[in-house]
Design a binder for this molecule. Structure first.
Ligand code: PBG
Length: 332
């Protein structure tokens, strides 16, 4: 330090110099969010005649088949990288048959969206049984009520083939069964679908932040998913899961939720050489929306800050319910 005004030493190093104007701040920005890296999760409800608002997720709806097509077209127009589809069937059963039925809501919706957007978007779908089972678990159950890992793998293999037949670009196994990526890769390749990619939900935590999603998909789950989803305290285990999924053939690995797990995003980013995605989940969305609705937070700035933070942590791809809106904000 050298002598300055009023005898206070003046700093030799002045990081503020690079923050003087917007042009300068942009010039040296380390992290950017662009629409191409964002994926919009969407819900489609069998038998719906008009879009149904999801109370716990203000601004998000359960689509009809028609409104889903339209929303997918809009997602393509604003330049998003992809959409992730979730189906809500009219009827559920104990094995989740609706997931495998070619006429099941998710499979017909995949075909609709692919027909609508072609290659303009990467069309992705949730590959999990929980929306289709009457007990709400991500797999089939043993007679004594536990989730049966290996019988569930067989169901996932069939579900993957049904989605591939419907034209899916990328499947998103989210059930946290051991060996799910290998089972799905094997089924896809065996069926000649070598080009269908796998976005693996690798480090998925048993999180309270999935709360609003339960309403979004009319979940019938009682209890929790702690025998298959990870303990929130475990970061090293998240890396282990991601490495296993890469070894089994995952094209992209994902960490979920995002905000409470940015350290896991960073660690996984450093551990693998495939793209890393992060899912900015329903509870993260609703929390910010609720605060903004009260006037407690500046909504648009907060949304962009959240997305920037997830990118800064190392995510290449972000799944977020704000994807389409963020594309508009980023274009300003
Ligand atoms: C399982 C699935 C869930 C979410 C995505 N896929 C729910 C769960 O595992 O309990 C949550 C997404 C969100 O909260 O936004 N099919």
């Amino acid at each position: 330090m050298t002598g300055g005004a009023s005898g206070v030493p003046s700093p030799v190093t002045r990081p503020r110099r690079l923050r003087t104007t917007q042009a300068l701040r942009s010039l040296v920005a380390e992290t950017r969010v662009v629409p191409e890296h964002l994926v919009l999760p969407m819900f489609v409800r069998e038998g719906a005649s008009s879009p149904i608002p999801i109370a716990a997720m203000p601004g998000v709806v359960q689509h009809t088949r028609d409104s889903l097509r339209k929303a997918a077209q809009e997602a393509a127009e604003v330049g998003l990288g992809g959409v992730m589809l979730f189906g809500i069937p009219e009827h559920k059963d104990d094995v989740g048959s609706g997931a495998i039925d070619p006429a099941g809501i998710l499979n017909v919706a995949i075909a609709d969206v692919v027909a609508e957007v072609g290659d303009a978007l990467t069309v992705m779908s949730d590959l999990c049984l929980d929306e289709f089972t009457d007990h709400g678990h991500c797999g089939v159950l043993t007679p004594d009520g536990r989730v049966d890992n290996d019988r569930t793998l067989a169901a996932y293999a069939e579900m993957a083939l049904a989605q591939a037949d419907a034209g899916i670009d990328m499947v998103g196994p989210s059930g946290m069964m051991d060996g799910q990526v290998a089972a799905i890769r094997g089924a896809l390749d065996g069926g000649g679908h070598t080009d269908v990619a796998i976005l693996a939900y690798s480090a998925k935590y048993a999180s309270a932040f999935f709360g609003p999603f339960r309403e979004a998909v009319d979940s019938s789950l009682e209890g929790d998913r702690r025998t298959y989803q990870q303990d929130p305290g475990n970061a090293r285990e998240g890396v282990r899961e991601a490495l296993l999924d890469v070894a089994e053939g995952a094209d992209i690995v994902m960490v979920k939720p995002a905000l409470g797990y940015l350290d896991v995003v960073r660690r996984v980013r450093e551990a693998v050489d495939v793209p890393v995605a992060a899912y900015n989940v329903s509870g993260e969305y609703s929390m910010l929306e609720a605060a903004a609705a009260h006037g407690w937070i500046e909504r648009e700035r907060a949304v962009l800050e959240v997305l920037t933070s997830i990118r800064r942590a190392g995510a290449d791809v972000i799944l977020t319910y704000w994807a389409a809106e963020a594309a508009g904000l980023l274009a300003r």
